[in-house]
Every structure is written in C-alpha cells, then in structure tokens.
Write a protein that binds this ligand. Structure first.
Ligand code: GBH
Length: 481
C-alpha cells in the first residue's frame, strides 16, 4: 500500500493536545485555587530542575496566540484540559463555584469553534484541587471523591454544551501508580520513607484506581442522563499503554508476561469499563489488595465509554520474573527492557528515559485493543516524542526537528495501516504536544512540543518543522469524499 492512498474516513479529526497545569501558568489569576501540583512542585527535590507550572507557557494569558498556532498547523481539533480549581477553587460540591473560571473556558471554546477547531476537553489531567487532598485524601475516599467529581463534571456539561467530546480522566494509571505507589507524581505518596512521610504502595494505588473508575462512571451517567440527548456529544476515558513484545518469543512465560503487562496497565481500567470486572491476572496477584466491585459499581462502570481514548508513545520487551511478586509491584511481576534476548533494540533513545519510538508497536497495540474490546471507536488522544539533547541545541537547530517529524511519519503510517489493512476503527489523532511545556517531574528540560517555547524570553512561541508536517501527513491519508 502506498502511504499516500487515502484510507482514513472523511470526518477523521487530527490536531494537537495539551493539559492545563502544563501550559496555563497564572496559578492565582481570577480566583483559581491551588492544585496538588502547585503543592508538589514546592517540595524540594520533586521536580528535576526545581521548577513548577507557575508560569509554564503562560497560556492562560495567551489563548489567542495558541489558537493562531493551531491555525498555522491546520489542525481540525484541539485537546486541552480544564483546571478543576479554576472552576471550583476548593473543589467540593458545597464549595463556591468561580464564574471567572467558567467564563475563561467558555470563551476559549467559543474562540476555537469560531476558527473551525473542534475542542476535545479533558476534565481531569492530574491537577486535583489541593483542598480535596487535604480534606479527605482525594481519590483515596471513594464516596467523597465521586460526589465531588460528579458535581464538577455536571457544572461543566451545563456551562459549555458546545463541547461534544468529553474525556473524564487522563491516564488514571499515572494518577494511581505515580501518585500513590512510586510517589514520582503529586501527591507523592509512597511506602519509600526517604521520599514521603505518608503512603502505602501496596494498597493505596489500587484503592485510587477503583475510585477513579467509579468517578468516571459517575460523570458518564450524569452526562448520559442529563445532557447527552440535548447536547449530542460523547464521553470516554483516556488510558495510557505501551506496546509489548516478549523478551524471548520462544519462552511461553515471557509471552504470558507480555500479555500480563498489558492487563496491569491497560485492562486494569479498560476491563471494568468494557466488561465490568478486573482482569483475572490482577485478581490473582493482588488478592484482597485489589478492591472488588459491588454489583452496583460494576453496573455503573460497565459500558461507560462512547469511545476509547488512547495515549501511546513507546514499546518494551517483557521478561517474566521467577520470584514471588513483591507487595509494591504494579507491573505484573516482570521486567521491562529495551533490548531483546537476541539483541534487538526496541528503538532509538530520546530525552525521556521511558520513551523509544517503535511505530510497529502502535499498530500492534491498536489491533490488540480492537480485538479485546470488540472494535471500539478509538481516539488517539496523545502521541509524540521528546528528542535527546534538544534543550541544549541552539534555536535554529531546535526548529529543524527531523527526528520528531520522522516519529510522526512512522506512527501516522502505522495508524493508516491499522485502519486500512487491519480494520481498526480509529477516528481521531491528537499529537502531543502543541508546544513545549511543563513536563511534570522532568520540569522544562524535556520538550515534547511541535512548537518551541522560549521560557527565558517571555514565553514566545517558535513553530518547529514538525508543526507544519503533521497536517500534510493526515491530509494525504484522509478521503476527500
Ligand atoms: C503523557 O503520559 C501525559 O498525559 C502528558 O501529560 C505528558 O506530558 C506526556 O505523556 C509526555 O510525557 O516512571 O517509569 O513508571 C505518557 C505516559 C506513562 C509516560 C507513565 C511515562 C512513566 C514511566 N506516561 N510513564 S515510570
């Protein structure tokens, strides 16, 4: 198949993605309350370069610049997230709502639509209102968290009915594991007492995962019962997931471990959403530490996706472990590697220790998802790469980001083949990211943008080569009628 044969449906949407805390800055503007990331960044040693999202890309004050940037790329869609503590500064269902926060996002959506750009809105991209963490432990408290998230979601469904694509949670795996097991992300809970005074890595992450699923189900129920018919929109959850290959394809235990890795990362959330229960491999390894669904809970979560939101970046070789799983293990008792038994390398290095491009992995994982979950409509809500040493290059070199262009070429080609040759139902693709931004615990040294942001020079934006190359790749693949 020539890679220029149009194979994607005419209404296929492509564009770019960002998240509130990573780009907005303006943490106290117009009544915003603090989130757990403001608090986390203030703790010494938590962010690689000691930075925070206090200024970031200053997007709160530059929405028109960001929209101009989207126009320049030709994007048809833009995925961004809403900062909960701008809408409800203290976060709770009985706390005051902040009209200025709502007005900001409402206008932003209007401005996007006026330029013909379709908004994909994430309700929660990790920035929990700090007060809810302090008040009751955030997602550690299932009842309170679900009630407060449901109220927050309803507030937005009501305020911004022009949004037709809602995403409840971005990567609940990260909130649960990195926030409550390894402690790498806010609120930084872990059993490792050198990193945190609080946390139990053997239980909290599983409790948090359960709450996030129920909060997702709660918001979906509200949307379907109170808004969907009138607004005509759709709602789903976005899950991260890396592709897997057995370290030794001849070893049945590595083959099994590779499948188990997918179950521990993806099916942990997707099985409840599509089937109403956790994967057997997790039940087996975690026992009573994995919460169980009451029949009501299972019914709330089962069938709660109008689409499958897929964030995807990389692949690993998987090697089984022979030891008994330790209580802090969250991978499924296995190792993730970049080199296979026969010496094959999964992909070239990037600036992110966990990321190595492998476009075939994207195609294979799309097929795996499609098969396991009975051919759902898939939106790829994030895909992209950092470049090794990019931050140290002079500006003119940074703007020639051929490595990133080739990353997108490989992954978009794989997407086209998954649709055309394998029959996977992919309907949207949002590249990560529209611009360099606050890369969480990595700070600003790692850049994922198709646009360079000059943090020392007043947040000025400079489109890289990749900013203008994603569009033509999709236009060549999308059918004209
Ligand atoms: C996305 O997550 C995020 O949604 C986005 O905000 C972020 O900027 C973007 O990636 C780029 O990083 O610490 O060894 O356990 C991507 C999926 C899953 C990648 C967890 C990092 C941590 C590996 N992430 N993974 S480890």
């Amino acid at each position: 198949m020539a890679d220029t044969t149009p194979v994607l449906p005419k209404d296929f949407l492509w564009g770019f993605a960002t998240a509130s805390y990573q780009i907005e800055g303006a943490p106290t503007a117009d009544g915003r309350g603090p989130s757990i990331w403001d608090t986390f960044c203030a703790r010494p040693g938590k962010i690689a370069d000691g930075s925070s999202g206090a200024v970031a890309c200053d997007s709160y004050n530059r929405t028109s610049e960001d929209i101009a940037l989207l126009k320049l790329t030709g994007a048809k869609a833009y995925r961004f997230s809403i900062s909960w503590s701008r809408i409800i500064p203290l976060g709770g269902r009985n706390d005051p709502i902040n009209p200025a926060g709502i007005a900001f996002y409402k206008k932003f959506v209007d401005d996007l639509l006026a330029e013909g750009i379709i908004p994909f809105v994430t309700l929660f991209h990790w920035d929990l209102p700090d007060e809810l963490d302090k008040r009751y432990g955030g997602p550690l408290n299932k009842e309170e968290f679900c009630a407060d998230f449901g109220h927050y979601a309803r507030t937005l469904f009501e305020a911004i009915p022009k949004v037709k694509h809602w995403i409840t949670f971005n990567e609940p795996w990260c909130s649960a594991i990195l926030g409550y097991n390894t402690g790498l992300f806010a609120p930084g809970h872990t059993s490792d007492r050198s990193k945190s005074e609080v946390g139990d890595s053997s239980t909290e992450c599983w409790i948090v995962g359960h709450s996030l699923l129920l909060a997702h189900g709660t918001a979906v129920k509200i949307y379907r019962e109170e808004f969907k018919e009138k607004a005509g929109g759709e709602i789903g959850i976005t899950l991260n997931g890396d592709a897997v290959y057995p370290w030794d394809p001849e070893d049945p235990l590595d083959v099994e471990a590779a499948e188990r890795k997918l179950e521990f990362s993806i099916s942990w959330f997707a099985d409840p959403v599509y089937f109403g229960h956790y994967p057997e491999s997790m039940v087996k390894q975690l026992g009573a530490r994995l919460p169980t669904f009451t029949p009501e809970e299972a019914a709330l979560v089962k069938g709660s996706n109008d689409f499958y939101g897929m964030n995807h970046y990389t692949a690993n070789y998987i090697k089984h472990k022979t030891t008994t799983p330790d209580p802090f293990d969250f991978l499924g008792n296995l190792e993730t590697l970049f080199i296979s038994k026969s010496g094959a390398c999964i992909g070239p290095e990037t600036q992110s220790f966990w990321l190595r491009p492998n476009p075939q992995g994207f195609r294979d994982l799309l097929n795996w998802l499609s098969k396991r979950y009975n051919h759902p409509k898939i939106y790829c809500t994030e895909n992209g790469t950092s470049l090794k040493g990019e931050n140290d290059l002079p500006l003119e070199k940074i703007l020639e980001d051929d490595f990133r262009v080739e990353y997108f070429r490989g992954y978009i080609d794989a997407l086209g083949k998954a649709v055309a040759e394998d029959g996977v139902n992919v309907r949207a693709y949002l590249a990560w990211s529209l611009m360099d931004n606050f890369e969480w615990a990595e700070g600003y040294e790692t850049r994922f943008g198709v646009t360079f942001v000059d943090y020392e020079g007043g947040q000025k934006r400079f489109p890289k080569k990749s900013a203008k190359s994603v569009g033509p790749m999709f236009e060549a693949l999308i059918k004209k009628e």
